[in-house]
Design a protein around this ligand. Structure first.
Ligand SMILES: Cc1ncc(COP(=O)(O)O)c(C=O)c1O
Length: 404
């Protein structure tokens, strides 16, 4: 049974007032709020078992190491990775993508091609541009249509024996489009191209099955799924992780160091140099447990209802246009109101305690495609309600009246 009030009570911040009004938090695409179990787990770690991991024989170090490695196993199970050493702890999606892009510098040759999609967040564009600059590879872009969907026939045309890696998000942060990644992965396979999926916006809404998807890499951030910032996961197929060189050198990632030569540790440690975010890694497991307890079926049901309700209510506002109108969408509504700058709406409704994101959402190419400076983005989570949507719609109408 999904009891929305019970779920909301798990998140202390949701009972806060902001600017004297009850907080309406619709910036979940940027980061999620944290339930009390997560907040408590951070405090418990530092109060009870704080120690460095993988190095001490003392009890605390063992306890911290066990908790960290248990969390890795939990995440392995959550995403259905074949081996736990395919699950690397990172600082977030950006870190994971950079790790892979950096590794491909030793693989790509001039003239090889990297395919990115027109729907990407900057963190899934810039590392590949940097890679292409370094290697002489060529960056090609899978275009999108006016609904905010990738044009699959264009993808088919772009794929060739020259394609070495395809990188695409599972769900677009700016528009909410759910990309047909299963089909896109299968197509990349035919050309022996690797494929990375940016799951930053998907993991808050669904449980990815990396074996079923058959992707080579899947990355996501902890902070978007109820865990602390500075946490994340890079899943990589064992064969790829063995093939890629380490990203950073340092402690923990070595087998043996001499001044003549260093040999590297086995997976996953080869990619986990230095002291990691230990509490964050442990608490990421706690957050995933929490989301599984709420249940992804419940999450999807609630968010689908919110998306439909918000879309209907927002479209009643005169001059409002929604960007991202695919039938395959998650709980994100990106919109503008004719004649009004998105920042103005965002600033005015903030005074009423309503938090939405305004701007280009780190996806400037999407804004260029639509020839707009940015949008207002309301991104809903399972802990949001239709009453909150009513408050937002009402506040927008008042802002519109003020500004026009
Ligand atoms: C689709 C997508 N990719 C990548 C990122 C970058 O994530 P992070 O800043 O957590 O590294 C985000 C963050 O909003 C995102 O939405």
């Amino acid at each position: 049974m999904f009891d929305i009030q019970k779920v909301r009570a798990d998140f202390p911040i949701l009972s806060q007032k902001v600017n004297g009004k009850p907080l309406v938090y619709f910036d979940n695409g940027a980061t999620s709020q944290k339930p009390q179990v997560v907040i408590d787990a951070i405090s418990k770690y530092y109060s009870e078992i704080n120690a460095n991991i993988h190095r001490g024989v003392h009890t605390l170090s063992q306890l911290a190491t066990d908790a960290y490695e248990e969390s890795r196993l939990k995440i392995q199970k959550h995403i259905n990775a074949q081996f736990s050493h395919e699950v690397l702890f990172t600082a977030g999606t950006t870190h994971g993508i950079n790790l892979v892009a950096n590794g491909f510098a030793s693989i790509l040759k001039p003239g090889d091609e990297v395919l990115v999609s027109a729907l990407e967040h900057h963190s899934n564009i810039v590392p590949w541009q940097m890679l292409c600059e370094k290697t002489g590879a060529i960056l090609k872009v899978i275009p999108m249509n006016l609904e905010g969907e990738l044009i699959q026939s264009e993808y088919d045309k772009l794929l060739s024996d020259k394609t070495k890696i395809v990188t695409v998000n599972h769900i677009s942060n700016a528009l909410g489009t759910i990309n047909p990644i299963r089909e896109m992965i299968a197509k990349a396979r035919k050309f022996d191209a690797a494929i990375l999926i940016d799951g930053a916006q998907a993991t808050p809404h669904l449980k990815p099955d990396v074996q079923d998807l058959d992707c080579d890499f899947y990355v996501f951030s902890g902070h978007k799924i109820c865990a602390p910032t500075g946490t994340g996961i890079l899943y990589g197929k064992e064969a790829w992780l063995n093939k890629l060189p380490p990203y950073q050198g340092g402690g923990e990632m070595i087998k043996e160091v001499t001044f003549e030569k260093t040999t590297y540790a086995e997976l996953p440690h080869k990619f986990e140099a230095g002291t990691p975010n230990i509490s964050g890694g442990i608490v990421l497991g706690v957050a995933i447990d929490y989301m599984n307890e709420v249940g992804f079926e419940n999450i999807q049901k609630q968010e689908k209802m919110l998306l439909e309700y918000a879309t209907k209510k927002l479209l009643e506002i005169q001059g409002l246009k929604i960007y991202g109108t695919s039938s395959q969408k998650t709980s994100v509504v990106s919109f503008n109101i004719e004649g009004i700058h998105p920042y103005d709406i965002g600033t005015i409704i903030d005074k009423k305690g309503i938090a939405v994101r305004t701007g280009h959402h780190c996806a400037q190419p999407i804004m260029s495609f639509f020839q707009i400076p940015g949008t207002i983005r309301a991104s809903f989570s399972f802990y949001n309600t239709t009453e909150e949507i009513d408050l937002m719609v009402d506040a927008i109408k008042k802002a519109q009246a003020m500004l026009s």
